[in-house]
Design a protein around this ligand. Structure first.
Ligand SMILES: [Zn+2]
Ligand SMILES: [Zn+2]
Length: 144
């Protein structure tokens, strides 16, 4: 085989680098350019309330993140430090956006297809619910 003008050896242009995701009903869709951060599982009270369990989120710089559909997107300012994005139609919990930082955390469960990601640590474990155990053999921090 020869690498002619139609060679596809252009890693930066490959669509594999673009990860897509969205809410259950489709009124919020996003794309993020890889690499995505490993997943952090947060057991704080706010994450437990908004997720219904605990939150498992990847993160990406804003300059590699694009909302491709946002007509269902609503934001809730959960603290002075951050706001949380969710779909106001189907209720999907999608984003955590820290104030003053150029990044957004994305709930890993809203990514389409295989993520290739792993949970790298658990945080705010002192606030975890009493009805589950944290099974992964990764660091479990009492707070952040
Ligand atoms: Zn939705
Ligand atoms: Zn949290």
């Amino acid at each position: 085989m020869s690498a002619g003008p139609q060679s596809e050896a252009q890693p930066d242009a490959r669509p594999d680098d673009i990860r897509s995701g969205g809410c259950l009903c489709g009124a919020v869709r996003y794309e993020a350019k890889a690499p995505l951060r490993a997943v952090v599982a947060c057991h704080c009270v706010q994450c437990r309330k908004t997720s219904g369990h605990y939150a498992a989120m990847t993160s990406v710089p804003l300059d590699r993140f694009t909302l491709t559909r946002a007509d269902g997107l609503a934001w809730f300012r959960s603290s002075e430090k951050a706001e949380r994005g969710f779909c106001n139609r189907c209720g999907s919990n999608l984003f955590w956006k820290p104030a003053g930082e150029a990044r957004v955390s994305i709930t890993a469960g809203t990514l389409d297809g295989p993520t290739g990601l792993c949970i790298e640590r658990h945080i705010y474990c002192d606030f975890a619910g009493d009805y589950y155990a944290i099974a992964e053999a990764v660091p479990q921090l009492p707070e952040h």
